[in-house]
Structures are given as C-alpha cells and as structure tokens.
Write a protein that binds this ligand. Structure first.
Ligand code: PEP
Ligand code: MG
Length: 592
C-alpha cells in the first residue's frame, strides 16, 4: 500500500509507530440471510439459544481472567453479561425466526436493528453510543452462530498496533498493555467505552476511522497520531523521523506536566482555581486522583441507570454514592441528578413521541415527570450526604419557577426521611447547572436560591447558538468563544459572585487549553473536566498571571467575532507556550 493518511477521532492522546495487527478482520461481516422451512424453525431457535448460552459462558470466563489492574473496568463486562441475560434480545430474535421464518443469524440481526432504531433517536451522544455495547454483545453471539473461533488476542506475541472494526470492553480488558502500543477502530465516538478504557490504560487511540479495514494490511508499518487523530500508512523516511521525534517530545512533555499535576492550579501571581473532574463511572476515580484532581465536579449519575435490566434501587445508588464520596474524601463530589430524556429508557418507561428530544422531557423535566424515580435518587443522595463532601446539583433548570418545583420535591423527600428516622445532612450544598439561556439571563435571581452554579457550556452553546451538539453538519458553528458565549459566561460568573456563591465551568470548554486564560480572567472558582485533561490545564494555569488573563479577557470582550477571539487566544497561548501547541487538543475550529 502506498503512503496514505486516514483520519479519525482521537480519543486517547499519544503517538505510536509499529506494525498493524487486525483483530478478527472481517469477522461476522458476511451474515447468511435466508428463509427457513417450517420444519427447521425449532432447530434454528435452538441454535440461537445455544449461541447466547455460549457467548454468556465465554464472557463469564473472561470476567474471571481480568488482570488485577483492570478489575475496575470489568464492570463493563458485567453489563454485557446482563444484556445477554436480559431475555429481550433473545426473545426478539426467536420471534423473527418463528414469525418470519428467518435463519438464526438473520433473526438476530433484525432484533439488533430494532434496538438500533430506538437508540438512533436518542439525542444524548453518550447514551446513543451505548448501542455499540448492544452490537458488541450481539457480535459475540453471531460468532458462535457462524462457528467462528473466538478472538485471536492470544496469538499476539510481539508489540503491535491493534486495529479492529469494534473493540469490545471485554476485548480491551484482555489486551496485554505491554504488547499493544496503540489501537484504532472503525466504530466509536468520543464518549465510547473504547475511548474511556484507552485513556485509563494510557494507550494512544483513534476511533471512527472509516476505510480502516479496506486500507491497511496486516504487518504494514503505521503511525498512530493520537494527538491529531491521524493514521499514517507506510510512512516515508522523513515522516518516520518526524514522528519518532514527536513521540519523544510528547513523552517528555507528558512526563513533565504529570510531575507537576499534584500541585495546585495557581497562577504565578497567586490566584488559585480548583481543578475537578467530570466522570461517568465510579472506576474513573483512580484516574481523577492520578491526574491531580481535587474532587469530582460533575458525576453524571445517569450512567448507573444504563446497561441495566432493572432500574437501580435506593440501596444500590446509596452504596455507589457512598463509595464515591469515601474514595474522594476529603475532595468534594458533586452528584448531578439524572439527566436523561424519556426516550432513553424506552424499555422501562415506554417511549414518548417527541419531535425534538433535545427540547423535550430531559433533565429535571424528566425527573419531575417521573417523580417516583426522582424521589428514589434524591433519597439515596440525601442518605449518602452524611459523607459531608457530597453536594447535589440539578441539570437543565430553565428558571426560578422550575427550581422551586424541584426544591419542593427535595424538601418533601427530606421530610419523608425524617419521619422514617433516616439521617441525612440538612446542610448539603445544593447547586444548579446553568445550561439554558433562560437560566443564564436570570442568573442574578437564581443565585439567591442555590449554593453554587456550574455552567454546562456543552448545552449552553447548543441552546444559545441553536446548534445540535451531535450534528456534524453544524459542528463548525459550535464555538465556545463566540462573543455571545463569552458575555453569557461572564454575566453568570459576576451574578454568582455578587450573591456570594461559587461558579464552576463543567462543559468541555473547561478542558480546552485555549479557553482557560479567558475563563481565568473572569475569576471562575472551579474548572471541571475529563480527568486526562487536568495535568495540561493545571500546567497552563500555573504558567499564567491573572493580570495577563484579565487583559486578554478585556480584548476578547471588546471583539465582535469568533474569528478574532480565536486568534487572540491562540496568539496569547503561543506567546507563553510556543513549543506545546501541537500537544493541545481544542474545540476551537481551525477554519476561523
Ligand atoms: C454540559 O452541558 O456542559 C454538561 C457538562 O452536561 P452534559 O455534557 O452532561 O450535558
Ligand atoms: Mg448538559
């Protein structure tokens, strides 16, 4: 293959150079589809039942062999086991065989397609991407139906770069870190498990690489550039030398910033900002601590409601929140109440027919609609609040009326606990996210009713610039430094501070090196981000002075366009960190 470059989505940073190794290339891609006669229906049903049982046994075996250092991640395998135990997929496959006389492989494929159609309409990208898990589980069953042998991970003997169509969490925990230098997959997005695991294992990784299977041959030398999301196939000598150099520089750079990641994020002139983590899984806590996080600024509690056959009960939630609080102690933990839409729990609640789910029953609206479910979560959070490092936060609040409605439920849950003699901390701080323009512009009113604000820029950008955050056609407009956004954030920070409450930023903007000086200039109290971004962000804060951040903010506030703002911040970072720009990943669009 002549030299070629493929582009994907970088999900775990770093650079690797090595030989390509395909895991199960082409596995299960040619699924036989044919109709079966009446007499074969029961044997096909038996076949599919057997394949489910074999896949289950295989996963249970893998679960027992998970290496100790990856034990925390084995929970993802638990959820795959639960999916296999959930009768829905199997029953639906059998139904296709029975009713439509499809062969077992085709029946399974149709059953998965039905689930895919439901997931497809989900607006939240994180939850939507969980369809990958269903596909992975179904793929494992399909292999057994097709009589294909299991994965060939054990045949890897030398250090390689692993390529695959999909990499299931089960595959990933089986990887021997010492043998895999990097990996790339055809499927996956920024929030897929593959990315989460790759970051935890600190292996460079790229997902969403179309044409991966068609373009690269086994054994071919490739470069994985996890900084830019590029795969260079058959690099020439100059590129090889360039990347060897880049790899060395990156490793030196990371080692340097990691060494100082436990120091406080304090500017040269003594202004301190807290650096907290956004996490979805309890097992990410080790990465929070390892990367110098002072606490968890956003725990996306919705994850515990996914991948489960049954909704979690109060005791399960309580245990989870208590575990998180005690591991993080004395660091603060902000538990955000469930932020999902009705369509995300079709099998539990029945779907709602919403034309615009992003503008529909999500966040606290969903919780008010399903008050019983909300009360269970609030009871668990309140009971966990005896760990005094816990705070509570409500997402998607549109204004004071709604906030009071939520607080009425919250108060009544407290009364209920009191009556039952169950203890909680009545002083637990209660905050809200500012992610809707209506909340932003009434921040002065809301600030008198909560203990803290956390600005969710991911949604604030979506709702104020009118850009679906998951729509690739308009992603070029998804600009955190749009003058409207900068003014809004400044307005909220000032309103919060006037009322004497803390203001955090917890959208992806807080992990963007270029945006940090602007946010610092506003005196935000806390930056909350994915754990891997913390060392870089702390490094940037520690190299800055509040004086220059304020000057930059002034210039940005006076500017009229995103383009100028992006240039201003890039120039400013370039002046301070001329040799580090290539290591920074940013939301700012290159085209501006
Ligand atoms: C946000 O909207 O910025 C945020 C942090 O919440 P989420 O990404 O979970 O919607
Ligand atoms: Mg949000």
């Amino acid at each position: 293959m002549a030299r070629q470059v493929l582009q994907g989505i970088p999900v775990s940073t770093g650079v690797a150079l090595g030989k390509a190794f395909f895991l199960n290339r082409g596995r299960s891609r040619n699924i036989p589809r044919h109709n079966i006669p009446d007499r074969d229906v029961s044997s096909e049903i038996q076949r599919v039942e057997q394949a489910f049982a074999q896949a289950l046994a295989e996963l249970e075996d893998i679960q027992l062999r998970v290496p100790a250092e990856l034990l925390e991640h084995a929970r993802i395998i638990d959820s795959h086991i639960m999916m296999l135990q959930d009768p829905k997929l199997l029953e639906s496959s059998k139904d296709y065989i029975q009713r439509m006389h499809l062969n077992a492989e085709w029946g399974l494929e149709k059953a998965v397609a039905d689930i895919e159609a439901v997931f497809h309409s989900i607006e939240d990208s994180y939850i939507r991407e969980r369809i990958q898990d269903v596909r992975l589980v179904a793929g494992r069953v399909q292999q057994h139906l097709l009589g294909e042998s299991g994965n060939n991970l054990h045949s890897i003997t030398t250090r390689i770069i692993l390529l695959a169509h999909d990499l299931s969490p089960a595959d990933t925990v089986e990887l021997e870190v010492g043998k895999i230098m990097a990996f790339a997959t055809v499927t996956g997005g920024k929030t897929s498990h593959t990315g989460i695991l790759a970051r935890a294992m600190q292996i460079p990784a790229i997902v969403g690489v179309a044409d991966l299977e068609e373009t690269i041959r086994d054994g071919e030398v490739i470069i994985i550039d996890g900084l830019q999301g590029r795969i260079i196939i058959d690099p020439d000598e100059e590129e090889l030398a360039g990347f060897t150099d880049l790899k060395y520089q990156f490793e030196q750079y990371q080692a340097g910033i990691n060494r100082s990641s436990h120091l406080p994020a304090e500017t040269i002139d003594g202004y301190r900002v807290k650096v907290f983590a956004n996490i979805e899984l309890l097992e990410e806590v080790s990465s929070v601590l390892g990367n110098g996080g002072e606490g968890v600024g956003l725990y996306r509690t919705e994850y515990s409601y996914l991948n489960r056959v049954k909704l979690p009960d109060e005791e399960q939630l309580l245990e989870e929140y208590q575990d998180l609080a005690s591991i993080m102690f004395p660091g603060k933990v902000v538990l955000r109440t469930l932020d999902v839409g009705a369509d995300k729990f079709m099998h539990h609640f029945g779907g709602l027919d919403e034309a615009n789910p992003a503008l529909g029953l999500r966040g606290v609206r969903f919780c008010l609609h399903h008050a019983d479910l909300f009360r269970v979560q609030l009871r668990a959070i309140l009971r966990a609040s005896l760990h005094e490092n816990i705070s509570l936060m409500f997402p998607m609040v549109s204004g004071l009326g709604e906030l009071r409605q939520i607080k009425a439920v919250f108060n009544s849950v407290q009364m209920e606990l009191k009556k039952q003699g169950l203890k909680y901390n009545p002083e637990m701080p209660v905050g809200m996210m500012i992610e809707l323009p209506s909340a932003m512009i009434t921040a002065d009113i809301l600030a008198t009713e909560v203990d803290f604000f956390s600005i969710g820029t991911n949604d604030l950008i979506q709702y104020s610039l009118g850009i679906d955050r998951t729509n690739s056609y308009v992603s070029y407009l998804y600009q955190p430094l749009h003058p409207a956004l900068v003014r809004m954030i400044k307005y909220v920070v000032d309103a919060g501070h006037r009322a004497g409450i803390e203001v955090s930023i917890c959208g992806e903007m807080a992990a963007d090196p270029y945006c940090i000086p602007v946010l610092m200039g506003m005196h935000v109290d806390c930056l909350s981000m994915n754990p891997q971004a913390m060392p870089v962000i702390k490094h940037i804060v520690r190299q800055a002075t509040m004086e220059e951040c304020k000057t930059l903010l002034k210039e940005v506030l006076a500017s009229k366009t995103v383009g100028r703002n992006n240039k201003l911040v890039k120039d400013s970072i370039f002046r301070r960190h001329p040799n580090e720009l290539m290591f920074y990943s940013s939301l700012l669009d290159e085209g501006y």
